[in-house]
Design a protein around this ligand. Structure first.
Ligand SMILES: *[C@@H]1O[C@H](CO)[C@@H](O)[C@H](O)[C@H]1NC(C)=O
Ligand SMILES: *[C@@H]1O[C@H](CO)[C@@H](O)[C@H](O)[C@H]1NC(C)=O
Ligand SMILES: *[C@@H]1O[C@H](CO)[C@@H](O)[C@H](O)[C@H]1NC(C)=O
Ligand SMILES: *[C@@H]1O[C@H](CO)[C@@H](O)[C@H](O)[C@H]1NC(C)=O
Ligand SMILES: *[C@@H]1O[C@H](CO)[C@@H](O)[C@H](O)[C@H]1NC(C)=O
Ligand SMILES: *[C@@H]1O[C@H](CO)[C@@H](O)[C@H](O)[C@H]1NC(C)=O
Ligand SMILES: *[C@@H]1O[C@H](CO)[C@@H](O)[C@H](O)[C@H]1NC(C)=O
Ligand SMILES: *[C@@H]1O[C@H](CO)[C@@H](O)[C@H](O)[C@H]1NC(C)=O
Ligand SMILES: *[C@@H]1O[C@H](CO)[C@@H](O)[C@H](O)[C@H]1NC(C)=O
Ligand SMILES: *[C@@H]1O[C@H](CO)[C@@H](O)[C@H](O)[C@H]1NC(C)=O
Ligand SMILES: *[C@@H]1O[C@H](CO)[C@@H](O)[C@H](O)[C@H]1NC(C)=O
Ligand SMILES: CC(=O)N[C@H]1CO[C@H](CO)[C@@H](O)[C@@H]1O
Length: 755
């Protein structure tokens, strides 16, 4: 039965009518979706849709999952909102099973009462089911539950708004609605309803304790099953996406043969991967990945941009750069993550600022994001054809999220960044010791892409920030100043000053991270590691093992006391992609790291990002194991960066217009190691091994992260999804913006990794 509307509901209906003319303008006709595709990954079927009304990802546990429960996730980038629901078999005995499948072709955009928009789909149930834990509203609240060991906050509770035998509406009223009367349409809803041709029925028993206790919702289907329509809508309007032809340069754009090859299928959207990037990109920001990160992330935007940039239009590149500049804070730091919608209310309240309501919360805690913008701008405006002559117009653009033009905001940031780097870098340039390196911000356990104290092996000074990104940002600033695109009159900073400081960082910082383990000790640690990690000694022998003898590599980070975290890792790619003057000794470490795991980083299913085999502290083996988010696992963007890294450095010796998609002007004179043919060949061999490793998990390369299982009989690794191994349930996104960096790269062997 449907309860009679309460007084407040009537009042809100009235105001809804009054608002009709304003709201109607937001509602457009259904049209053919501009994007519609499916990705199966990590035990889930992910369906994506974008049209004039909405943008949505709908995830459902794959049919062949062995889990008894079925999970539904709907994520709408508009407002970063949606719903999470678990369906449990009504038969709770051991033998109880449940199948829930999306009816082919039923996913479409949807409107609902109160002018809300979103998506709907029909789900076929093969058994009676009960609705389990359900969260309606903020995707961040959904993530807290999934990744936070079941954390829920009652401030996000939904209410049972209406119900009958054939429909139920679970309403999430935003913490901060514009007025009490608008509470019913400022929010999100999950509707379950029974289509006319379905014999399914809903049995709903309201909770006994106000909004606290969830209602019992049973889905009752006859033998043979029945379908139920699920609809998730929100009051947030969709925002305009970048279609593939807005995003990518057209085929036939002037450029190298490599660029011509790379552009095939992108602008037309014929390549599914091109549509996937399009789903993640919008006219006012790039989002990081779906379903967990369908919102702005500075680091993800800028690293993805660096790899994809040669294939992108000016409009797309400037959208991504603009989004970063728009979110700079008033002292010039750059935003890591934006929190919008209902979760912003929650964060503002937690920070003691409830008066801010749902104003976006921008987070500035990372130390790498600040350093990535200028290298991206320098590459665009100075190296790439798309950026030629664009700087003036771009910089004159007025920001929409804050006062000032991009130039004004940027000069603020650049000054700050330069001051930051000069102030913090100057002591190091005078006295290059560890305490003068750049550490995580006080009180923060995170600061770079490895995201957590575990990820950095509990270190304070990350390798990438200190050896690659600080000098890269200084060099980019220097280049932009020399080109007259940035003007430092206040305060006066000259290009030669910046050059002097950058040189010290380039020549001195890497050595502080160097770890050397003598040959016998390294062998002993490797033998211990293969036991501890349940691998096989065979991986250390024969064709699976290239080198022996003393082992040298760069630490993942340094601890506060200056001791290195002795974990072999993939972050050298940052130096090769972003750096100037990379030394031969440094490149030798890259060659050494690109050998088979566990001596190096390469497995037959990709390059792991961390390898604790050589660590004298064997506790690290557990901290960074194959179930850890930043452990012995494969992050696809790191493979892309490493591939780009080798292409760029080898291109400095002999530009290869058939495989180098990116334009990277060679230093003059060319690096001295270029004349050592044997050394160059060793780099080429490392490049070949890397791509062979990448091709081993070709079908995964656009996803975020994956782990492995190891077969002792064949000594081979197979792809394993992280969620099934991770104790905290950390799962991988099926589509991840920076993993599409592969679209800006070509495998030099001529094999294609594209799909
Ligand atoms: C919506 O589409 C219908 C037919 O599909 C058409 O009659 C109607 O005029 C359209 N409305 C708008 C606002 O475009
Ligand atoms: C809706 O999308 C189509 C492309 O699918 C586009 O041609 C059309 O102009 C859009 N309509 C509106 C009202 O935005
Ligand atoms: C389900 O099927 C997919 C693709 O066919 C496969 O990769 C996966 O291992 C299967 N999962 C289970 C649990 O059987
Ligand atoms: C949705 O509701 C919230 C809270 O009242 C409001 O801030 C936001 O502007 C609304 N969105 C739209 C598109 O009206
Ligand atoms: C009933 O709800 C209140 C909050 O409204 C909560 O504190 C209490 O624990 C709930 N009681 C039960 C039995 O769930
Ligand atoms: C679901 O339960 C109803 C009665 O409670 C029963 O008649 C029906 O057969 C059950 N459906 C299935 C698929 O077992
Ligand atoms: C895209 O694919 C279609 C169908 O395969 C083909 O007809 C069309 O020429 C392709 N377009 C481009 C630009 O490659
Ligand atoms: C947002 O909601 C919280 C909790 O109800 C309240 O304390 C705060 O005043 C509201 N903020 C605004 C701007 O309305
Ligand atoms: C901007 O962010 C930086 C880095 O977190 C911080 O030090 C600074 O105080 C912030 N500025 C403002 C005005 O909040
Ligand atoms: C923008 O400028 C106006 C007028 O000077 C001022 O009132 C407002 O607070 C400024 N907004 C921000 C975000 O600084
Ligand atoms: C070894 O590492 C763990 C964490 O990874 C740390 O807690 C422990 O103190 C370290 N032991 C030594 C002897 O450094
Ligand atoms: C209806 C609903 O969402 N109830 C939840 C309210 O919050 C508490 C505490 O997080 C949960 O236990 C309830 O399930």
């Amino acid at each position: 039965m449907r309860p009679t509307p309460s007084r407040s509901t009537k009042r809100s209906l009235l105001s809804a009518l009054q608002l009709f003319s304003a709201a109607a303008a937001q509602i457009v006709n259904h049209t053919a979706p501009s994007l519609s595709f499916k990705v199966v990954s990590g035990g889930n079927d992910n369906h994506f849709l974008r049209d004039n009304l909405t943008s949505a990802q709908l995830l459902l546990t794959s049919a062949n999952s062995t889990s008894a429960q079925r999970r539904l996730v709907v994520a709408l980038p508009a407002g970063n909102s949606g719903a999470l629901a678990y369906f449990l078999p009504a038969d709770t005995s051991e033998s109880g099973t449940l199948g829930v499948d999306l009816v082919e072709g039923s996913l479409r955009s949807a409107t609902a009462d109160y002018f809300n928009v979103g998506v709907q789909a029909e789900l076929a149930f093969d058994a009676n089911a009960t609705l389990g834990v359900t969260i309606v509203g903020a995707v961040r609240a959904m993530r807290d539950y999934v990744e936070g060991g079941g954390v829920m906050h009652d401030v996000f509770n939904y209410t049972l708004a209406e119900y009958s035998e054939t429909s139920v509406r679970l309403h999430r009223r935003w913490i901060n609605t514009t007025s009490p009367a608008s509470a019913d349409y400022n929010g999100a809803d999950l509707y379950l309803s029974v289509p006319a041709d379905s014999a399914a029925r809903l049995s709903v028993t309201p909770g006994s304790n106000g909004t606290w206790t969830p209602p019992i919702v049973e889905i009752v289907v006859p033998r043979g099953g029945g379908t139920v329509t699920v609809k998730v809508v929100t009051n947030e309007t969709s925002f305009p996406g970048l279609d593939t032809e807005d995003l990518f340069l057209p085929e036939g754009t002037d450029g190298s043969q490599a660029l011509q090859t790379a552009l095939q299928g992108l602008a037309s959207g014929n390549l599914t991967a091109a549509q996937q990037v399009s789903f993640l990109t919008y006219k006012d920001k790039f989002t990081a990945g779906g379903w967990r990160f369908l919102t702005y992330f500075g680091r993800d935007s800028l690293i993805a941009l660096r790899l994809l940039m040669p294939t992108l239009t000016s409009e797309a590149i400037e959208a991504a750069l603009g989004a970063v500049i728009e979110r700079a804070n008033s002292t010039g730091a750059l935003c890591h993550e934006e929190t919008i919608g209902d979760y912003a209310s929650f964060v503002n309240m937690a920070n003691g600022h409830p008066e801010l309501g749902n104003e976006p919360y921008y987070d500035y805690k990372m130390i790498d994001t600040d350093l990535l913008l200028l290298p991206a701008m320098s590459h665009y405006f100075l190296d790439l054809p798309q950026g030629q002559g664009r700087a003036e117009q771009f910089l004159a653009q007025p920001a929409t999220l804050q006062n000032g033009t991009y130039a004004e905001i940027l000069n603020r940031s650049v000054h700050k960044t330069v001051f930051y780097n000069l102030e913090r870098a100057r002591p190091f340039s005078q006295s290059p010791n560890i305490s003068n390196l750049i550490g995580l911000r006080p009180g923060q356990s995170v600061g770079n892409w490895r995201d957590s104290n575990e990820g950095l092996g509990f270190g304070l000074y990350p390798f990438d920030v200190n050896t690659a990104l600080v000098p890269a940002s200084l060099r980019a600033t220097q280049a932009l100043v020399e080109a007259g695109l940035l003007d430092f009159t206040q305060p006066q900073i000259s290009a030669s000053q910046i050059d002097a400081v950058a040189s010290v960082w380039e020549t001195q910082a890497p050595a502080l991270f160097e770890v050397t383990v003598d040959g016998a000790e390294a062998e002993a640690r490797l033998q211990h590691f293969v036991q501890a990690a349940n691998l096989s000694g065979a991986l250390l022998e024969g064709s699976l093992s290239l080198s022996a003898g003393n082992v040298s590599f760069y630490a993942l980070s340094l601890r506060a006391d200056g001791t290195p975290v002795e974990v072999l890792n993939s972050d050298m790619s940052f130096n090769l992609v972003y750096g100037a003057n990379v030394s031969r000794a440094f490149l030798q470490h890259v060659v050494d790291a690109l050998q088979p795991y566990p001596r190096g980083l390469l497995t037959n299913i990709g390059m792991v990002v961390a390898n604790p085999a050589y660590d004298s502290n064997s506790t690290t083996i557990d901290v960074l194991n194959s179930a850890a988010y930043h452990g012995t696992v494969v992050w696809s963007f790191q493979q892309g960066l490493m591939a780009s890294a080798l292409a760029r450095q080898l291109g400095f010796c002999s530009p290869d217009s058939t495989t180098n998609v990116d334009t990277n002007p060679a230093p003059s004179p060319a690096p001295s190691w270029c004349s050592d043919a044997a050394f160059v060949q060793s780099l080429r061999d490392a490049q070949t091994r890397l791509w062979t490793s990448i091709r081993g998990a070709k079908s995964e390369i656009y996803s975020e992260v994956w782990s492995y299982t190891f077969d002792n009989a064949t000594n081979a690794f197979s792809v394993a999804d992280l969620a099934s191994l991770s104790p905290s349930g950390t799962e991988s996104d099926a589509i991840q913006l920076w993993s599409y960096g592969f679209l800006g790269l070509l495998d030099p062997s001529g094999n294609s990794t594209r799909s």
